[in-house]
Design a protein around this ligand. Structure first.
Ligand SMILES: C[S@@+](CC[C@H](N)C(=O)[O-])C[C@H]1O[C@@H](n2cnc3c(N)ncnc32)[C@H](O)[C@@H]1O
Length: 218
């Protein structure tokens, strides 16, 4: 909160929305956020307790009712699994040239359960399509890059993002397979591993849209 940008842009308002559906995690989040008090006068923090979709729809409706558009936004979406983040919602909410999305796509989880009946609804909604024929036709070991490409393609086709870049997160052990990543110049920091039924879960991050691409010269 002592970042120099806050006083420098003293006439701008910086709003941080946090969305957490789990009650105990939401309480913990509020506790963590209190550490930053007192906030600079042009910074507001808003921890929401609820489903991502409901909160985002509420914010959109509030803006619509006041005939306002979303301010330039960086949305960091980091759910567990694949449900609750529909492409349709991403498309509608970030429908502005100055909005950017940084999303963690749980590709290993998707790959394992690609055609499982219980995953289909969440999978199709996340990607905004039910056509996974190309991915399903590929050998299991080659599906992950296809899933990442499909998600990026959908971001461009459905949500009209101008740019999409993917890179993979590495565990501290550095054991993540690297056959498909397109790392940016600066790699993301290592994170602790997540395991799923004894397997390391691979997450791909997709970062996209015009503003950030132009700034970084991609
Ligand atoms: C992977 S963790 C987030 C970790 C956090 N980004 C970090 O780096 O510390 C995912 C969190 O999102 C919450 N979550 C998952 N799906 C959600 C949804 N649809 N709506 C709201 N919260 C959700 C989970 O309860 C969980 O606390």
């Amino acid at each position: 909160m002592d970042h120099k940008v806050f006083p420098r842009y003293s006439r701008c308002e910086f709003i941080f929305h946090f969305i957490e559906k789990d009650t105990s995690r939401h309480h913990r989040l509020r506790t963590e956020l209190r550490q930053f008090d007192p906030l600079p006068s042009n910074v507001k923090v808003s921890p929401h307790h609820g489903e991502f979709q409901d909160v985002i729809e509420g914010v959109s409706e509030s803006l619509d009712s006041r005939n306002r558009r979303l301010a330039p936004t960086l949305a960091f979406v980091d759910p567990f699994g694949v449900s609750g983040v529909p492409m349709e919602l991403i498309s509608k909410f970030l429908d502005s040239r100055k909005c950017e999305l940084f999303l963690i796509l749980m590709v290993d989880h998707l790959n394992r359960f690609l055609s499982a009946e219980h995953m289909r609804g969440g999978r199709d909604s996340l990607f905004g399509t039910s056509d996974f024929s190309e991915v399903e036709a590929a050998p299991a070991g080659e599906r992950i890059p296809l899933l990442v490409d499909l998600y990026k393609q959908q971001l461009c086709d459905v949500a009209k993002f101008q740019y999409a870049l993917d890179f993979e997160m590495r565990r501290a052990s550095g054991t993540v397979p690297t056959t498909w990543s397109t790392p940016p110049a600066a790699s993301p920091e290592s994170r602790s591993s997540k395991t799923l039924c004894g397997r390391v879960e691979v997450a791909s991050q997709v970062w996209c849209n015009g503003g950030v691409g132009r700034r970084f010269g991609w």
